[in-house]
Design a protein around this ligand. Structure first.
Ligand code: GEK
Length: 260
């Protein structure tokens, strides 16, 4: 018997999980649930994991492609920070109309980076792509027109977030765009509990068991520190962005843009 649902997630075209290795990392009871890390086991099942866990993921990747199409400028870098297997990198590669750009994907997980370059090479696109193993907090950034943080800032220690965003703001050329997708935690407890509950229901609908949901939650709670959407908006304004706008939300999963 399989608990994998027949239905597919709306908009799930660019980064399809059909045929991807199924995530069963938390399917068996664990005596002690270790902190979540982006290791080989996670990298192997990542497309399935993220599609079944993040409401609206495919739509956000699609939007990243569309925003790249509008905001990429010739002779600049396009960064995908915390690129994992390169879904956003690929959306940029497939939609970048600007000449003489370089797309740089950065991740500090060796398992992800090893798989990402091959994954991205397998798709056509005119813009060269360079995947690097590095920490996005200590990376030196060159002039960029598009910078993507698609569910990565939530893994950066909270006290380092403003400084990182400040440096990204400085790297952006005028008219450049930062795209920030984050899982958020809202200050109103009733609303937040409801959003968390709806998200767990989304995971159940996508075939995760109660055990998988609760063990994953325990694994991730020490490594992923969430802000509210308001805190993100305020921080983006504080580092200097002129136009700050949330453009996507599905339960507690959001994507916003900030234009310099
Ligand atoms: C996607 N953007 O599919 N430096 C570099 N990478 C980091 C750091 C750091 N300091 N901290 C975490 N990462 C992707 C999904 S996943 C989100 C991003 C998730 C990396 C980490 O190794 C992982 O690959 C990624 O950020 C976060 O659109 O799994 O919820």
């Amino acid at each position: 018997m399989t608990d994998f649902p027949e239905k597919s997630i709306p908009g799930d075209t660019l980064y399809s999980h059909s045929g991807a290795t199924r995530d069963a990392i938390y399917a068996k009871p664990q005596q002690q649930v270790a902190d979540f890390t982006f290791d080989e086991r996670v990298a192997d099942v990542f497309p399935d994991m993220i599609n079944r866990s993040v409401p609206g993921y495919a739509s956000m990747i699609h939007g990243i492609g569309r925003l790249t199409q509008r905001f990429a400028q010739a002779n600049t870098r396009l960064y995908d920070l915390g690129c994992s297997l390169g879904a956003a990198t690929l959306a940029m590669k497939q939609n970048n109309p600007a000449k003489d750009c370089l797309i740089i994907g950065i991740d500090n997980s060796k398992a992800m980076v090893e798989r990402c370059q091959n994954h991205v090479n397998a798709f056509r696109g005119d813009t060269p792509v360079d995947i690097r193993l590095a920490d996005i907090v200590t990376t030196e950034y060159q002039p960029a027109s598009v910078i993507v943080l698609n569910f990565t800032l939530q893994f950066i220690p909270p006290q380092q977030r403003e400084n990182l965003l400040q440096r990204l703001y400085h790297a952006l050329v005028p008219g450049g765009i930062l795209i920030l997708s984050e899982k958020v935690q809202e200050p109103d407890n009733f609303s937040n509990d409801l959003l968390v509950d709806l998200h767990h229901e989304f995971k159940r609908d996508n075939g995760y068991s109660e055990l998988e949901i609760s063990q994953k939650r325990a694994a991730i709670e020490n490594v992923m520190r969430l802000n509210s959407l308001d805190e993100h908006m305020q921080r983006l304004h504080a580092v200097g962005f002129t136009h700050v706008q949330n453009w996507f939300r599905y339960y507690n999963f959001t994507s916003s843009f900030a234009v310099k």
